[in-house]
Write a protein that binds this ligand. Structure first.
Ligand SMILES: O=c1nc[nH]c2c1ncn2[C@H]1C[C@H](O)[C@@H](COP(=O)(O)OP(=O)(O)OP(=O)(O)O)O1
Ligand SMILES: [Mg+2]
Length: 199
């Protein structure tokens, strides 16, 4: 059976990737299941650079096929912040504090000017092969308080006017259907088999 390592410690992301790879007969492993993985420093200047760092460093260390996701929220009124710093926005990786900081920063920004975009860069790496890179984005608005219980990260603040719901009010399938990660995964779906067999 083919095996793929998802280079993430984020369980929310890992769930979304399992749903893609497991039906394709991949055994999926995530970083939480491995010991002695060196800390990966996300030192890139773009989502894609960071995803490349995460994936390639693990392919090099373990000779494994690896998929990495670097993603984040770009808020127009904050000139694209927190962007690649989304996970570390309020210091450490704490969703609750990140959401609080975002609400604070947007306190004086009126409804109608609270537009934002989620971005994902996905990179798949394998030894002796050029990486496969895909991206996905989705637009929405930032609410004034949290709404919904599902999802992770900024999901309870990310509102889709067309649906009248936040990401945290959608089922996993509904979220995957429209989300930045879901869109990137769809592109991966289109390109993956050719990339995999192409020597
Ligand atoms: O669908 C999403 N719904 C809500 N929030 C999201 C989503 N996608 C990314 N985000 C937020 C979470 C985190 O604050 C940052 C990603 O940071 P990012 O470094 O890519 O991921 P991470 O540190 O959580 O896990 P890891 O690097 O181990 O994959 O954007
Ligand atoms: Mg990270």
């Amino acid at each position: 059976m083919k095996k793929i390592l998802i280079a993430t410690k984020n369980e929310g992301k890992a769930r979304e990737f399992r749903a893609f790879f497991e039906p394709r007969d991949f055994k999926v492993v995530t970083l939480s299941e491995l010991d002695d993985i060196p800390e990966i420093i996300e030192s890139g200047k773009t989502f894609t650079e960071n995803a490349l760092i995460k994936a390639q460093s693990l392919t090099n260390a373990l000779q494994a096929t690896v998929v990495a996701d670097d993603s984040g929220l770009m808020v127009d009124a904050l000139l694209g912040e927190p962007g690649i710093y989304s996970a570390r926005y309020a210091g450490d990786h704490d969703d609750e504090k990140n959401n609080e900081k975002l609400l604070q920063k947007l306190l004086t920004v009126p409804n109608g000017k609270r537009t934002a975009t989620f971005h994902t860069s996905l990179v798949v790496t394998r030894v002796d092969k050029a990486p496969l890179i895909v991206e996905g984005e989705v637009s929405g608005e930032i609410l004034r308080k949290l709404r919904g219980r599902d999802g992770f990260g900024y999901d309870p603040l990310f509102y889709l006017p067309n649906l009248g719901k936040t990401f945290a009010e959608l089922t996993p399938d509904e979220k995957n259907e429209i989300s930045h990660r879901g869109q990137a995964i769809k592109k991966l779906d289109e390109k993956f088999d050719d990339w995999w067999i192409d020597e």
